[in-house]
Design a binder for this molecule. Structure first.
Ligand code: FAD
Length: 584
């Protein structure tokens, strides 16, 4: 007899596990989450929180979204991405990042009702975890996953209760391994991981010191320090990262992975901090120091039977582009509604296979992008003449050369400007964050070719209602004049059918079908004197369907089907689509 039974057992309370628990509880699914430690993240690893993640938090409830903004450093303070000799030393260049460049800001505002922000993991995890527990998740801390076995009816997992030293068995219908980059769940299921772990060595030094005088006039999350050795290991360059403006910081400094990891004691941490800040008398309050390795690996399969992996368990990569926790939370958003639909008897188990089909390509994409970003610091070092060894005098002379008035110096300055601007692929890559489009059996083709990206898909988000894409955000208005994002009308654990004034037959069919099939299927007619009014015409321009057409979104706000016009038999058509999407 198992000691505990639940529907879904989640290993790990990181961004992936806590968000899965929060979403499942919100959908009314019994779940339990365990963590081998006694509390949540104790270091502020993830921080850049992108708009898509904020949309997941908004979907969890406006109070969850509001709490995130309350603790976050706002976007306006994130963007003066500085490259310098040291914080006190010469500034070498700068680029507006994280949606703060006026052109990029416009794209952010047009794309989402939410704002990018800087929310350290030490704040994000408690928000997700408490949301989960408040809504019904059973959580056990100091509970270490040891092993599991799955059979045709469920999964039996054995954990070690670290407080009593006793083994505890938990029987669940499904198991989620959200147990991080060294995932035992992935290992025990023998899920295939491609790539390499440990491709670079890095250290984190977390400390308190008031650095306002060096940074407050050029507010940023990231200050990149170019000193000899800064391109060894790590994440491409030495980094002084803001945790709290402007008195809490994290230094990321690389070491040669072929050498043993250094022991980062207080003396070494202080020395590195003084060197990167450029103040030999700097006093720091050291909070923690540790070493970690840069990984370049992703799962090509994220589930087997009743067992799923998500987050770093499936994608293991450096923090470049700030995609780790974001993608982890988005994995959870993809899987949770599917588990809920299957457990509630609304969908066939084959729906769960679409998790793999939809999220494994994203895992590969973000791991590749993040590792590529490390290499793209290279041209900055080259432009400055910092790649020819560690002879400080020679490096200084090469750097000084850019200040000359001759053509060679001008060319050097041009190369430097270009190489810094190119880093938008790491620091302003809105497309990577927002363009996720799915292909799977849970997406039904509308018979039209999938739209190609006209702009650079890494840099620019391109809205479309083509099946597989996330529903575009547009503000529409209710009869009282209050504005609502189209994304707020979708999601919330339900399917939503959007149509116009000519689509009454779709609306009627959806209302009947929802009740008949026992699924939550909302109807949203947008038009004059309807529940939502398109005063600006933005929806008419964004929806890519005629007034008599319809768009069907899933609970994760992705379009699963659309019809550009009316059908001869809308009820039959809609039933066919829902049966396919839900694998019924
Ligand atoms: C310096 C740095 C900066 C970063 N910056 C960003 C950023 O700006 N934006 C971003 O999105 N990402 C960033 N990341 C990445 C981000 O931290 C990770 O991607 C994220 O934490 C992954 O979440 P996760 O829930 O998958 O795993 P984790 O956060 O690693 O959580 C794993 C959980 O599983 C538990 N666990 C593990 N093994 C067991 C076991 N056997 N039994 C029980 N419990 C277990 C752990 O205790 C933990 O609760 C950064 C990372 C670093 C190192």
């Amino acid at each position: 007899m198992p000691h505990i039974t639940t529907d879904v057992l989640i290993i790990g309370t990181g961004p992936a596990g806590s968000s899965a628990a929060a979403l499942l509880s919100t959908y009314g699914i019994e779940n339990m989450v365990v963590n081998r430690y006694r509390w949540l993240a104790n270091t502020p690893r993830a921080h850049i929180t992108n708009q898509r993640t904020m949309e997941v938090l908004r979907d969890l409830g406006h109070e969850v979204e509001a709490e995130a903004y309350l603790h976050a450093t706002e976007q306006e303070l994130m963007g003066e991405n500085v490259f310098c000799e040291s914080l006190a030393g010469e500034e070498i260049g700068r680029m507006k990042s994280w949606g703060t460049h006026p052109l990029s800001k416009a794209e952010h505002l047009l794309s989402s009702p939410t704002f990018m922000n800087d929310l350290p993991q030490t704040f994000m995890e408690p928000i997700l975890f408490t949301t989960a527990c408040k809504r019904g998740t059973q959580a056990r801390m100091s509970m270490e996953y040891l092993r599991h076995e799955q059979d045709s009816d469920g999964v039996t997992t054995t954990c070690l209760d670290r407080l009593t030293g006793e083994e505890v068995t938990i029987r669940s219908k499904y198991l989620i391994g959200a147990d991080g980059g060294n995932s035992l769940v992935a290992e025990h299921e023998d899920l295939p991981i491609e790539g390499k772990m440990g491709v670079g060595g890095s250290m984190n030094i977390l400390f308190r010191a008031d650095l306002s005088k060096y940074v407050a006039h050029r507010p940023s999350v990231l200050y990149w320090v170019m000193q000899p050795g800064a391109d060894v290991g790590g994440i491409g360059m030495g980094l002084v990262r803001m945790i709290r403006p402007w008195n809490e910081w994290l230094i990321v400094w690389g070491y040669d992975i072929n050498e043993p990891a250094p022991v980062v004691d207080e003396a070494m941490a202080t020395e590195v901090a003084r060197q990167l800040v450029g103040d030999p008398a700097l006093e720091i309050e050291l909070l923690s120091a540790n070493t970690w390795t840069v990984n370049d690996a992703y799962a090509t399969q994220m589930s087997k039977g009743r067992v799923f992996i998500m987050g770093d368990a499936a994608h293991r990569h450096p923090p470049s582009n700030g995609l780790g926790s974001n993608t982890s939370i988005q994995d959870a958003f993809n899987l949770s509604w599917k588990l809920a639909a299957v457990l509630n008897g609304q969908a066939g188990t084959a729906l769960l296979e679409s998790y793999d089909a939809e999220r494994a390509p994203i895992a590969k994409q973000i791991v590749t992008r993040a590792n590529q970003s490390i290499g793209e610091f290279g041209p900055i070092f080259e432009a400055l003449g910092m790649t020819g060894g560690t002879d400080i005098e020679k490096i200084k002379a090469n750097m000084d050369a850019r200040c000359g008035s001759d053509g060679k110096a001008e060319a050097q300055r041009n190369a430097l400007n270009e190489s810094i601007a190119f880093k938008k692929y790491e620091f302003d890559a809105h497309g990577i964050e927002m363009n996720q489009r799915y292909t799977s059996d849970a997406i039904v083709s509308d018979g039209l070719p999938a739209p190609t990206f006209e702009l650079d898909a890494d840099l620019h988000y391109q809205p479309t209602t083509s099946p597989g894409a996330r529903l575009p955000h547009v503000w529409v208005y209710d009869a009282h004049g209050a504005k609502h994002s189209t994304l707020d009308l979708a999601g919330n654990g339900a399917f939503t059918l959007f149509t116009g004034l000519g689509g009454q037959a779709w609306a009627t069919a959806a209302e009947t079908l929802g009740a008949e099939m026992g699924i939550s299927l909302r109807v949203c007619v947008i038009g004059p004197r309807q529940a939502y009014i398109d005063h600006t015409g933005d929806w008419a321009r964004a929806c890519e369907i005629g007034d008599a057409g319809c768009i069907l979104t899933r609970p994760d706000q992705h379009v699963c089907w659309r019809s550009t016009g009316m059908d001869d038999d809308p009820a039959a058509q809609l039933r066919r689509v829902l049966d396919t999407v839900l694998a019924r």
